[in-house]
Design a protein around this ligand. Structure first.
Ligand SMILES: Cc1ncc(COP(=O)(O)O)c(C=O)c1O
Length: 396
């Protein structure tokens, strides 16, 4: 008798479990605040991208609720068919102004924004330089583009210069794109964007910066990496998401008008996918308005970052050069990392272990992300537990 076809997956899953790489879903009940309820227990949440704590903000909830009443639940078509509503255009205008760019285009998710922009701007014969730690959505966009891909060492501008000087474009029309995250999603360090842009100018390349984690966090007004470094340049295209600091959903690309127009005509993840629900767009607009008018929230986030990171360093943890709200705590071994995460969980702290294939072998870690709304009391409690567990497991 032949075995059922799915047995191969049972075996593969058993393999994942044995290697400590099995992933399961944790269920949260109730809203996403600095604490959440999981398995009936109140846990301090240390892994949300709700960096500014806006996910429960009354003004955003109100904006979404009234847009829902006004426009209904969905756009029910792609933008180029009958799904283009005034609120989509309003969000694009808001995003372009917020990012200091001529124009912007929105996508259903940040993942789709990366895939959409990369595949529309690069193709066969073009060259893409991608940081070795770039997010999966960038990697997938690169793969789908069919361009030549060159992965450079993390944040290494000498490597970028060297690759570009060795690759003269075969045709003057061939493009070269350098793609980097602004704040890196697993390491929390910041891309050297001014130097990357300078290399791009020397070698006639474009730069795409993915500000998924930098929007709302970096820069005087939270506009992201370009604002943080005081950069404004037509060769710089800014990608990001409304799903993290802005506590909503959707992705965007902001840049020069002709580039955005090109994307509207060529970006497959824009053209062949349903437009965002109008209520979601209203939430994103309200979140940007809050960001523009309330700078105290972001300042508090930075106070939390400094307190927590310094606390960890004082205890002897390796925070891997993190510069921002994402703080990895290096544990190295995959099983040790999962033991650490479980011990934290038992003590009421939810900060999951990150392991291969998300990070390289030997670089497993606990990845913490802080929120502006965390209290000093919560942060100090977390440091106390980290010290206890870290000593028990011989990490410090
Ligand atoms: C760097 C980076 N880019 C893009 C994305 C995708 O964004 P979204 O969750 O909106 O699809 C993520 C999400 O984790 C990310 O970390």
């Amino acid at each position: 008798m032949s075995l059922p076809a799915y047995q191969i997956f049972e075996e593969k899953i058993a393999g994942l479990k044995k290697a400590g790489r099995y992933r399961d879903l944790k269920t949260i009940t109730g809203p996403v605040g600095t604490t959440v309820f999981m398995d009936g227990m109140e846990m301090i949440l240390l892994c949300s991208n709700n960096y500014l704590g806006l996910a429960t903000h009354p003004r955003i909830k109100e904006a979404e609720a009234s847009a829902l009443k006004k426009y209904g639940t969905g756009a029910c078509a792609s933008r180029l068919i009958s799904g283009n509503m005034e609120i989509h255009e309003a969000l694009e205008e808001k995003t372009a102004t917020f990012k200091g760019c001529q124009s912007a285009i929105i996508f259903a998710t940040g993942y789709m924004a990366n895939v959409g922009v990369i595949t529309a701007l690069a193709g066969k014969g073009d060259l893409i330089l991608s940081d070795e730690l770039n997010h999966a959505s960038i990697i997938d966009g690169c793969r789908l583009s069919c361009a030549t891909i060159s992965i450079y060492a993390h944040r290494d501008v000498d490597a970028i210069n060297s690759i570009l000087s060795q690759h003269d474009p075969p045709d003057p029309h061939n493009r070269r794109l350098i793609i980097t995250e602004g704040i890196f999603s697993m390491d929390g360090d910041i891309a050297p964007l001014p130097d990357i842009l300078e290399a791009a100018k020397i070698h006639d390349a474009w730069v795409i910066v993915d500000d998924a984690h930098a929007t709302g966090v970096l820069g005087e007004n939270g506009r992201g990496t370009a604002e943080y470094f005081h950069l404004k340049d037509d060769q710089l295209i800014q990608v990001g998401t409304f799903s993290k600091s802005l506590a909503s959903l959707g992705g965007y690309v902001a840049g020069p008008e002709p580039v955005i127009e090109w994307l509207k005509n060529n970006s497959r993840s824009f053209i062949y996918s349903t437009a965002l629900p109008p209520s979601i767009c209203a939430g994103s607009i309200a979140a940007i308005e809050i960001l523009e008018s309330n700078h105290l929230i972001r300042r508090h986030l930075w106070k939390n970052i400094k307190r927590f990171r310094q606390g960890l360093i004082n205890l002897g943890f390796d925070t891997m050069g993190s510069q921002a709200q994402i703080i990895p705590i290096l544990t190295g071994d995959t099983n040790l990392t999962m033991e650490f995460a479980e011990a934290l969980f038992e003590k009421g702290i939810y900060a999951p272990g990150i392991r291969p294939p998300t990070v390289p072998e030997g670089k497993s870690r606990i990845r913490v992300s802080l929120m502006a709304s965390h209290t000093y009391e919560q942060i100090d409690r977390v440091l106390y537990v980290f010290e206890k567990v870290g000593r028990q497991l011989g990490i410090i």
